[in-house]
Design a protein around this ligand. Sequence first.
Ligand SMILES: [Zn+2]
Length: 125
Amino acid sequence: MVGDFERLAQEFVNPEAMLQFRVCGGQDARGRPQLRCSVKGSVEMQCQRCLQPVRVAVDSDRLLYLAASEAEADRLETALADEDIEVIVADLDLDLAGVVEDEVLLSLPIVPVHANCSMAPGADA
Ligand SMILES: [Zn+2]
């Protein structure tokens, strides 16, 4: 449940919303450790125009590379040269929940609004 994630619970109107997480570990062709993190579901946030709940679909699927240190992370980022791939510094007690939480937060709209909000400028009320 979203409510189990402290930071997420603050974002959503319905903390009981269920999101599906899947995190798979693996490595690329060159043996570099990777994490594929996908999150699917829908949540309710507060529309920033009319302040009513607005349903937001969460559908995130990202590839993360794991680096043992900041220096290695920098090197990896340069080597990969791909804006879509994120490199995170991971030690042995990697906080997976935190990683998933970051993914969800990143995939959310910064300013959630209804697609056809009744409070939209120029809309017929
Ligand atoms: Zn609205």
